[in-house]
Design a protein around this ligand. Structure first.
Ligand code: C2E
Ligand code: CA
Ligand code: CA
Ligand code: CA
Length: 271
């Protein structure tokens, strides 16, 4: 009846108000520099050397401590703040990386929504020139799960980035849909094999065929491969034997803030 309707609509109102407050708070957090980069090693599986670091966002919340992306990335996408967050993360990571040993690259995550923003490549190139990081050291990771509504814009944005020397990886490969079409149309440089396939290697031997198939596909198309979620030496050896070029996972190191990178960077500098 009417009473129920009233309660319902007050709940909706309340939810909207909470969402608005949360979005406002997130915007402040981005502008105040509370969203910071953590870094996780990307390792060449043949030489076992560090070749770069993936940038993973964390919210250094003044009351709640360090929050993972699952607490704020979706909200940032819904609030239209994902571009602002990306710019802040890219700027901080480029500043950090400009001081690392020369060859090391950074891999920065991007929402597929951002491929619909025709100004993206200009923004990225401005940040790189301001921070002094070579575009050759930047790779952008896009998840294939997101729907790209306007493929034309996405292709143009990626083509401009690629012309500048920036590389693009398709993240969580094998878990989304329209994968092959995305690989072809977006002309990506690298496939990141989703952790679910890698983790399954230990328990389900047949999942080795899926990993092999993805690596074979990448080879045939001239693309690089990264296996995520490598947690032990046995998995690392199996994946390396299958011909995957790069590995990432807790076996090599968990994500750390800039202050914790010294030992990794020293090793990389010593060669
Ligand atoms: P992702 O890009 O697939 O990143 C890999 C995730 O797996 C990270 O979780 C990482 O901490 C975790 N991981 C790495 N190695 C292992 C392992 O050996 N075992 C296990 N169990 N987990 C491992 P994280 O940092 O919580 O990030 C989750 C997701 O949030 C990322 O998945 C990415 O999709 C998204 N994300 C993170 N930072 C950003 C960002 O700056 N922008 C956007 N748009 N998305 C981001
Ligand atoms: Ca990623
Ligand atoms: Ca991934
Ligand atoms: Ca993932």
């Amino acid at each position: 009846g009417t009473a129920h309707y009233l309660v319902f609509s007050e709940d909706m109102e309340e939810e909207r108000r909470e969402a608005a407050i949360h979005h406002l708070r997130l915007r402040q957090a981005i502008l105040a520099g509370e969203i910071i980069p953590y870094y996780q090693p990307l390792v060449d599986l043949r030489s076992r050397r560090l070749i770069g670091l993936e940038v993973l966002a964390r919210w250094r919340h003044p009351e709640r401590g360090i929050l993972p992306p699952s607490e704020f990335i979706d909200a940032a996408e819904r609030a239209g703040l994902i571009g602002l967050m990306f710019e802040s993360i890219l700027r901080q990571a480029s500043q950090d990386a400009a001081r690392w040993p020369d060859g090391l690259k950074i891999a920065v995550n991007m929402s597929p929504l951002q491929l619909q923003d025709a100004t993206l490549s200009g923004t990225v190139l401005d940040i790189l020139s301001q921070t002094g990081l070579s575009p050759l050291r930047l790779e952008l990771e896009v998840t294939e799960t997101g729907i790209v509504h306007d493929l034309g814009t996405a292709k143009r944005v990626l083509a401009m980035l690629r012309t500048a020397g920036i590389r693009v990886a398709l993240d969580d490969f094998g878990t989304g849909y329209a994968s092959l079409r995305m690989v072809k149309e977006l002309a990506v440089d690298r496939l990141k094999i989703d952790r679910s396939f890698v983790v399954a290697l230990a328990s389900a031997p047949e999942s080795g065929r899926y990993v092999s198939a993805i690596i074979g596909l990448a080879r045939a198309l001239g693309l690089g491969t990264t296996a995520e979620g490598i947690e032990d030496a046995a998995t690392m050896r199996r994946i390396a034997a299958m011909g995957c070029d790069l590995g990432q996972g807790y076996y090599f190191g968990r994500p750390r803030p800039m202050e914790g990178l010294d030992s990794w960077l020293t090793c990389a500098a010593e060669g």
